[in-house]
Write a protein that binds this ligand. Structure first.
Ligand code: PLP
Length: 400
């Protein structure tokens, strides 16, 4: 009998982690690789947050805690939802996990039965479909390409919903495209959801603080309060506070769902790190003045990257509203041969040849459910971005 389950056989490992690992290996071999594949801020966690963690260690806050979060953190999260999103969640409607990733996984594990469908607009964050498969559900992917600014239309959502639809997974600003839905665009989707009362909404608001050019972030329950009793609003401290390694994510939602998610967590990992929880209390309740300069920094990096990529022959890069990714289209590069003699028939060929010939690591669009594209994370220094985009320009100019 095979040691690995049939379910696992349907799941692929995270392609972004695979590409980052490959870039690290090549670097260890001495190659001058620039990796634009990892999705994390390149600056350090703010001092006040680190100090809070050190203080927690010194105070002996190093034991098991309540399974889905200490009361102090739940209170801080409730205050955050009220302050920044106008949402009213009581501590009993809040859960804390080991990253937003675990929170999403808990939600799917707690709710999906075999055959249940989950609508996922593509391009999507790589983990959504595989998490759905691991939980026994069926992903229903809705393609939203460049011609529609990578945003699903209300008509597409309506057409994707069946009697078996359990969830819509919604992510704005998006990883991998940076596309953000305005409140009006979101209202188009929530109006459809109001007509389908059996569908729940899993909104992943991880990039809420990275919104550019006056784009205003909106979350579904803000736009349609009547969805609150079937929405899970997921967020975390990883991206906003440069805390990816601390592993704290959280969500607000109906109590019954939160209790179900707690049960999953209680039989798998128990509480997220006690020290990280105290650090997250400081992140959410301490000074917030660090967010705005970072937002501005990311916006100027975005402008640099978009402008340089659009100067690369065959590449078309729209201007995203948020997050720290771009997802350029490379239709104009297909069917050509690189300077190093490799034929480019897909975005996988493109990403592999770019890494081999120009030492730049990006992630192929196919990993995110839409081709031919690639994703760049611009959470790296301007000097590196300039060098990397210059190499991409040279690579594309060399295609024949
Ligand atoms: N959701 C999106 C869209 C992401 O891009 C990520 C991280 O890359 C996560 C969730 C998970 O973040 P974390 O588990 O670090 O909170």
């Amino acid at each position: 009998m095979a040691v690995l389950s049939a379910t696992l056989g349907r799941v692929k490992p995270s392609p972004t982690i695979a590409m980052t690992t490959r870039a690290q290996e090549l670097r260890a071999e001495g190659r001058d690789v620039i990796s634009l594949s990892a999705g994390e801020p390149d600056f350090d966690t703010p001092e006040n947050i680190k100090e809070a963690a050190i203080a927690a260690i010194r105070a002996g806050r190093t034991k098991y805690t309540a399974v889905d979060g200490i009361p102090e953190l739940k209170k801080a999260i409730a205050a955050k939802f009220a302050r920044e999103n106008g949402l009213d969640y009581s501590p009993a409607e809040i859960t804390v996990g080991t990253g937003g990733k675990q929170v999403l996984y808990n939600a799917l594990m707690a709710t999906l039965d075999p055959g249940d469908e989950v609508v996922i607009p593509a391009p999507y964050w790589v983990s959504y479909p595989d998490m759905v498969l691991l939980a026994g559900g069926t992903p229903v992917v809705v393609e939203a390409g460049l011609d529609q600014a990578f945003k699903m239309t209300p008509e597409q959502l309506d057409a994707a919903i069946t009697p078996r639809t359990k969830w819509l997974i919604f992510n704005s600003p998006s990883n991998p495209t940076g596309a953000g839905y305005s409140a009006a665009e979101l209202k188009g989707l929530t109006d459809v959801l109001m007509r389908h009362p059996h569908v729940w909404v899993l909104t992943d608001d991880m990039y809420e603080h990275l919104a550019f050019d006056g784009f205003t972030f909106a979350t579904p329950v803000q736009v349609e309060p009547r969805l609150k009793d079937r929405t899970l609003t997921v967020n975390g401290v990883s991206k906003a506070y440069a805390m990816t390694g601390w592993r704290i994510g959280y969500a607000g939602g109906p109590e019954e769902l939160i209790r179900g998610m707690r049960k999953v967590q209680s039989q798998s990992t128990s509480n997220p790190s006690s020290i990280s929880q105290w650090a997250a209390v400081e992140a959410l309740t301490g000074p917030q003045d660090f967010l705005e300069p970072n937002r501005r920094l990311f916006q100027s990096r975005r402008d640099l990257v978009v402008s340089m990529l659009n100067q690369a022959p065959g590449v078309s890069c729209p201007v995203p509203e948020g997050a720290f990714y771009v997802f350029p289209d490379i239709s104009g590069c297909l069917g050509k041969t690189s300077a190093g003699g490799r034929r480019i028939d897909s975005d996988t060929d493109f990403a592999e040849a770019l890494l081999d010939e120009e030492n730049v690591a990006v992630v192929m669009g196919t990993a995110f459910g839409l081709s031919p594209n690639f994703r760049i994370s611009y959470a790296t220094s301007e000097a590196e971005l300039e060098e990397a985009c210059g190499r991409i320009q040279r690579f594309c100019a060399g295609l024949r």
